[in-house]
Design a protein around this ligand. Sequence first.
Ligand code: NAD
Length: 294
Amino acid sequence: MSQTIAFIGLGNMGGGMAANLLKNGFAVRAFDLSEEALAKAAEAGAVRCSSAAEAAAGADAVVTMLPAGKHVESVYQGEVFGAAKADALFLDCSTIDVATARRVEEAAAARGFEMVDAPVSGGIAAANGGTLTFMVGGTEQAFGRARPILSAMGKAVIHAGGAGNGQAAKICNNMLLGATMVATCETFAMAKKLGLDPQTFYDISSVSSGQSWSMTSYCPVPGVGPQSPSDNGYQGGFAVGLMLKDLKLASEAAASVGASVPMGNAAESLYQMLANRGEAGRDFSLMIEMLEGK
Ligand code: NAD
């Protein structure tokens, strides 16, 4: 018999993820505060529910894809814990702070539920295409139960360790991405001022020790490297506002364990400046224009 999944939070990411569960034979009970998001999910074949508790009641597993830790905490503590079946599995795929993820997972365990934090790498296109990467924190047993559900929405499902470790992996990865993108942007800006043609510098550095994903998969210079948001006026891709969110989570996590993250902190300040220029909605490789003084 196919499993029934309660899906809560059907926005830019959750909408496509729920549609992929449906395509893979799961039944979906959907809830979102937005009527528009709920209508789209119903169109894709999900059952509309009028609250998170109603969606969770009768479901074998609950998947949440919500904006931040406070939403995740209130949905589980306020509604899902009280309504779910005794053996229901909980999967939070939102990107949230490590401390809240661990607190909610402990609260679930105290009530006898299994739960994983399973944030994603990949944006809206990957959510729609079912090609997300999931980084999963939780027990071996919870991970084993979560894997078939996550596999229906992604191409890679990786166990990162105990509760909260999925979130830890996600923010460490994105802090590295934010810092390398800033470094890539400032380097291309300097190369140009020194009289180097950007394509020539790319041809050299992409096969030298300065190479990074930010350069060879997502080059911030239009017309250089494979197709990326820089070739499309920095539209689509990974929004400045979302990068800033992840960098703020990273500095919060760093402070909580006394880690020194000077490059992550610098990247956070620079993305804050870019957001303050009214660019929170454009792709994060737009950083190059600010560093070029445009
Ligand atoms: P979104 O704002 O488009 O969707 C969030 C949805 O949650 C909205 O539809 C909102 O109405 C709903 N919601 C909020 N509070 C709720 C509640 N209490 N009950 C029910 N529904 C509620 O955001 P998104 O872009 O889909 O991102 C979701 C999560 O995924 C975030 O944590 C984000 O950081 C993460 N993420 C996003 C991307 C991306 O490219 N958009 C990539 C990776 C990770």
